[in-house]
Write a protein that binds this ligand. Sequence first.
Ligand code: FES
Ligand SMILES: [Fe+2]
Length: 381
Amino acid sequence: MSDTATIQSRVSAATELAANAAQPFEQAHAMPRSVYQSEEFLQQEIDNIFRQDWFCAGRASSVANPGDYLTFELAGQPIMVIRGKDGQLRAQSNVCLHRMSTLLEGRGNKSSIVCPYHAWTYETDGRLRGAPAMSKNDAFCKKDMRLPTIRCEQWLGWIMVTLNDAAPPVSEQLAEVEAMVGDYGMENYHETFFETHTWDTNWKVLAENFMESYHLPVCHKGTIGGLSRLDEMVCPPGRPAFNYHTILKDDELKIAMAHETNQRLTGDRRRTTYLLALYPSLLITLTPGYFWYLSLHPDGVGKVRIMFGGGMSPDYANDPESQAHFSALKTLLDDVNVEDRGCTEKVYRGLCSDFAAPGPLSHLERPNYDFAQYLSGRIPA
Ligand code: FES
Ligand SMILES: [Fe+2]
């Protein structure tokens, strides 16, 4: 290896990203390959992003009743969000206080939390209720034992969790989002499906795919591509905690339009779709009639864990055709997802090639440029 090559191989992904992000938007290029492939950069993302920022665990309406719970992993931490018998929603460690087994799996409802290993049993609020055959250990004091709590806030119907006690409140960080789409009433949209998936791509490839609608007419020509015109897409500069763009849908897709009973939205807003990318990894498609979202977490450099959910606005829930609307929506989104999976897995395979090089961005990829700025700010060279 020549000296130059040796030096180049030591340039970190963060340094390459800083150089990429320093370009003005008019000369912007896709992010360097190393940010998608480097194990070191992934660890920096876990430490500087997923351990620091707010992460979306789903919709509050999916844990509406006492004992309803959901589980997930954030930056290597198994976490449960559970509604207590007192009605409070809490995030707490999903790890037993005995020999440290994880406790709950998936989603469901429990009146108490029983460890699957030796049956130590916890109240829904995390207090240890009982433990068999522990009376002879003097060090065991049941009343002092409680699962550690983790910071959790609800915002516009979203459950947001962070491991960082110093993070600004969600409502403060995303106040501009609330002002921008407040008239959609997203807090009342009802989740009708929730799934988890793992795709073979880097988490940022999928996030970036969501951030631009440049790919709609081509990647989605089998589904929504024909409904979205490039010249009707608006991609304003991003903000520190999020980026967004809008598209106008035409009324061939009725469920994307404001329902006739919707008095909140007027003019073109009745057919405007917002694509919100709330950093790091909550991606929301918000239309007047329905919403769907992805909440992403890396699972190694080449895999992404996906929470995928969505549903209709409350105006449609009261429509006599609501069941037909829901199933039309789900069929459509499944088909769209198959197309996105194909495109994002192809990008990951492609960027792993030694012949790959990041190309210039379209003005319709403004949010991707802003995302690179955010990442580079979080992971300085
Ligand atoms: S590890 Fe949970 S009861 Fe033993
Ligand atoms: Fe897509």
